[in-house]
Write a protein that binds this ligand. Structure first.
Ligand code: NAP
Length: 306
């Protein structure tokens, strides 16, 4: 199969590219310098090729309070890069099935996090623009598919974790930041201060589980939206306790700063649809997935920033 990936140099993109290549597929995955999706005609160099599948992962976003500080830029950039990609799909690659990645932030916190509610209600204020550009992408995708008879799939991940995150330390999603802070507390004696009261709850999915399952769904499911999480959430205090046990740090020494931004209190995707589609789905337990990530943060991220 010939596969095109946008955002192929990102965290998920690198794992997906490796998995596809190992499975024997031919993969084209330009980074943003080779293919800046904000530039008109960025995808034209690949017009003459025929792809069987397009994975659209590129997005302009970061973790923490980034969305709160860049709502206007996020709207312009993400609308532009999504629209450019969708137009190229319909005009130049109509034979390809498009697999796009949405966000759990697009769900309204007032409603169940089930796929039929993805476009209902209001996303939380702090992530509003990012969330709405992801919703618009789904609408654009469905509209083009309807008019031109195209195949597509949208996957909604919970927060991804795994080794090999951004080694330059940018975009630290909460779990990487938690590990970094606790390791630094143990190694350097720095105070460990976590944002919020620690009772906010989060769900993680290991990037290996996500990639393997995404590829299965891409092969078998058409024109659907599917949540892809682990189906279990934990409090920040639970995550911290697990990391402390691995890192040899006393969890009672952690301070909680309730003046800091924490986003939603709780966020756990319903994975009933996923379990119906793939009854054998069995996500990696945290106790298995987390230790290699702690090792990666210690050996890569902290060494680079030392
Ligand atoms: N990580 C998560 O927990 C999570 C959760 C839910 C949804 N998602 C979604 O999953 C997708 C992948 O996430 P990720 O964690 O892999 O993010 P990531 O590491 O930040 O990757 C995003 C990619 O988008 C590319 N990009 C940004 N602007 C671009 C542009 N103008 N032209 C071309 N490429 C551009 C970046 O390229 P450069 O690196 O070259 O700048 C980067 O490779 C995103 O759509 C994200 O919204 C992620």
């Amino acid at each position: 199969m010939r596969v095109f990936i946008t955002g192929g140099g990102g965290f998920l993109g690198r794992h997906l590219r490796t998995a596809l290549t190992l499975a024997g597929h031919s993969v084209v995955a330009p980074n943003s310098r080779e293919c800046d999706l904000l530039r008109d005609g960025a995808l034209y160099p690949w017009n003459h090729e025929r792809f069987d599948r397009i994975f659209h992962l590129a997005a302009w976003t970061q973790a923490g309070d980034f969305c709160l500080r860049h709502p206007g830029e996020q709207w312009v950039r993400n609308q532009r890069l999504n629209t450019g990609l969708l137009a190229w799909w319909a005009e130049q690659q109509p034979q390809a099935k498009l697999v796009s990645i949405g966000t759990s932030c697009a769900y309204s916190p007032e409603l169940p996090l089930t796929e039929e509610h993805y476009l209902d209600g209001q996303p939380i204020e702090s992530l509003y623009t990012y969330a709405m550009t992801k919703r618009m992408m789904l609408i654009g995708q469905r509209s083009l598919a309807k008019q031109y008879g195209l195949k597509h799939l949208t996957l909604i991940p919970s927060t991804l974790y795994g080794p090999g995150y951004h080694a330059d330390g940018r975009q630290l999603h909460f779990i990487f930041d938690l590990i970094r802070k606790i390791l630094l507390g143990g190694q350097e004696g720095e105070p460990v201060v976590l944002w919020g009261d620690g009772h906010q709850r989060r769900e993680l999915i290991h990037v290996a589980d996500f990639v393997r399952t995404a590829l299965q769904l891409a092969d078998t499911v058409d024109n659907e939206i599917v949540n892809l999480g682990s189906g279990a959430e934990h409090s920040i205090r639970d995550f911290a306790a697990l990391i402390c046990a691995e890192a040899g740090y006393d969890p009672a020494a952690i301070q909680y700063d309730t003046s800091k931004y924490v986003g939603a209190r709780s966020k756990c995707l319903s994975i009933e649809k996923l379990r119906r589609l793939l009854p054998e789905f069995s996500p990696m337990p945290l106790a298995q997935g987390l230790p290699p990530v702690i090792t990666w943060v210690r050996d890569t991220l902290l060494k680079k920033s030392a």
